[in-house]
Design a protein around this ligand. Structure first.
Ligand code: NAD
Length: 489
């Protein structure tokens, strides 16, 4: 049985905790590797290694750091196929997605932050003949804690800005998707990254907690659930480390009667069924203007019923398996709740059937599903399901739908489909969300910041904004005129 190890100071080795976990291929329930978890001693060794590496890495010039990151980006692209296959086996997502998005978007992050590493700069302030310099310094050892839906992308979105700014990182992937973080560590080493600059520890919440509470770690960046974010923020208070939280959402898409309906249908499908709906920014509350509701639903059903669900390794497959049996049961349970609370099931609503002897029958599949409901109080309209379940709701008035869209503790993302330019800006302005799309959905180029407001989190990934989250300001005042006699009458 293949074992998935830790990666500390340039070396792969088994974790020394007694905890182990089987890494399961979600499409057929088979075991692909066994993960050995990090012990407390392993975590401390990772911190020591990262501290040691920080002393030299932070002294590299930005150009030198950027060169290594860009080389790692090239290696990622070169090994896209192999890495995408690992991503498929760990997550159950279709290979056409993993090969087109997961690894490539990670490479984009390394390339982008590699490119700006050399231009991270501070400011200067003239104060008469004296002056001050405001430097942007790296923080030190940072911890990255990942979710399981985009393992390689999340590892790169955290590591790239952290390393570009001169920090070192200890990354803990989600326990269900452990392998590509180790592959990334290997690739970094091959690209010339010094040992200890990027370490990987494996484990579940308890290992995450050790990182979060570690007094020699200066920052933690989490991608995960709101509840985990709250725990992380409390734990980080031990040494007041900086915190970035990329958490969940229950995001609205507003489709006005002047929108291009075909485009809006594609946007809603992209924002609900890509990666089997396991995307934090998904627009799972789709508000559609009453006047176009019938036409929207007809087109949606026609498009969604054509989606091909099945073997994630088949390039033709568009919908793969959910991450785990628990996640499948959670999603199916929400579908039952949706029905019992009066939502009208439009399509989907269960597990697909495969040929009798197919191993896929042991997998964790749920059909793309949509409900029509007029009640904003349904649980499926309020709670994050993290699966392929869309709720479609009617509206008639702009002001009213904005109020309804904002009636949530979350604030990650939102979308508006309309051909009225003023309305598009007006609505996007009013949505309480960190990321708004006009006439598209879930598009996240590396150049632009991404992150939430309200209970969807704090801090930003991507764009130059991410550099601010991985640096601190130091002000140095330079006296040119002398101290003088401050106590003289
Ligand atoms: P999760 O919160 O259960 O786990 C996320 C990570 O946190 C895992 O690595 C886990 O081991 C670790 N963890 C759990 N408890 C911890 C603790 N007490 N201390 C430290 N670490 C701990 O989330 P998940 O189920 O892996 O992922 C799904 C969630 O992630 C969804 O809510 C989704 O919306 C969110 N998500 C957000 C974004 C974003 O960018 N905003 C992206 C992807 C996923």
């Amino acid at each position: 049985m293949e074992e998935t190890h830790l990666f500390i100071h340039g070396k792969k080795r088994p974790g020394r905790s007694d905890n182990r976990l089987n890494n399961i291929y979600p499409a057929d329930g088979s075991i692909v590797s066994e993960i050995t978890y990090a012990s407390e001693k392993d975590v401390n060794e990772a911190v020591e290694s990262s501290e040691k590496a920080f002393r030299s890495w932070s002294k590299f010039t930005g150009t030198e750091r950027g060169r290594i990151l860009k080389k790692a980006a090239d290696l990622l692209r070169k090994r896209n196929e192999e890495l995408a296959e690992i991503e498929v086996e760990d997550t159950g997502k279709p290979v056409r997605e993993a090969a087109a998005v997961d690894i490539i978007s990670g490479a984009d992050a390394l390339e982008f932050f590699g490119g700006i590493a050399a231009s991270i700069e501070g400011t200067h302030m003239q104060l008469g003949s004296s002056y001050a310099m405001m430097k942007r310094e790296p923080l030190g050892v940072c911890a990255g804690i990942g979710a399981w839906n985009y393992p390689m992308q999340i590892a790169c979105w955290k590591a790239a800005p952290a390393l570009a700014a001169g920090n070192t990182m200890i990354f803990k992937p989600a326990e269900l998707t452990p392998r590509n973080a180790v592959m990334l560590a290997d690739i970094f080493l091959e690209a010339g990254l010094p040992e200890g600059v990027f370490n990987v520890v494996q484990g579940g919440p308890e290992v995450g907690k050790q990182l979060v509470e570690h007094n020699r770690i200066r920052k933690v960046s989490l991608t995960g659930e709101v509840g985990t974010g709250q725990k992380v923020m409390r734990g980080a208070a031990s040494n007041l480390k900086k915190v970035s939280l990329e958490l969940g959402g229950k995001n609205p898409i507003l489709i006005f009667d002047d929108a291009d309906i075909d485009e809006a249908v594609q946007g809603a499908m992209l924002g609900n069924f890509y990666t089997q709906g396991e995307i934090c920014s998904n627009g799972t509350r789709v508000y559609v203007h009453k006047k176009i509701m019938d036409s929207f639903l007809d087109k949606l059903e026609a498009e969604a019923s054509a989606l091909r669900i099945g073997d994630p390794k088949n390039p033709a497959t568009q919908i793969g398996a959910l991450i785990s049996k628990e996640q499948k049961e959670k999603v199916l349970n929400y579908i039952e709740i949706g029905k019992s609370q009066g939502g009208k099931l439009l399509f989907g609503g269960g597990e697909p059937s495969f040929e009798k002897d197919s191993p896929l029958n042991n997998g964790y599949f749920v059909e793309p599903t949509a409900f029509y409901t007029e009640s904003d109080d349904d649980q499926i309209v309020n709670e994050e399901i993290f699966g392929p379940v869309m709720a479609v709701l009617p509206f008639g008035d702009e002001e009213d739908v904005i109020t309804r869209a904002n009636r949530t503790p979350y604030g990650l993302a939102g979308g508006v489909f309309t051909n009225d330019l003023k309305r598009a800006y007006r609505v996007a302005d009013r949505l309480e969300a960190g990321m708004c799309w006009i006439n598209n959905y879930n598009v996240n180029p590396i150049e632009i910041p991404f992150g939430g407001v309200k209970m969807s989190g704090m801090g930003r990934e991507n764009g130059r904004a991410a550099i601010e989250d991985y640096t601190q300001l130091k002000t140095i005042y330079v006296e040119m005129d002398g101290v003088g006699k401050p106590f003289e009458d």
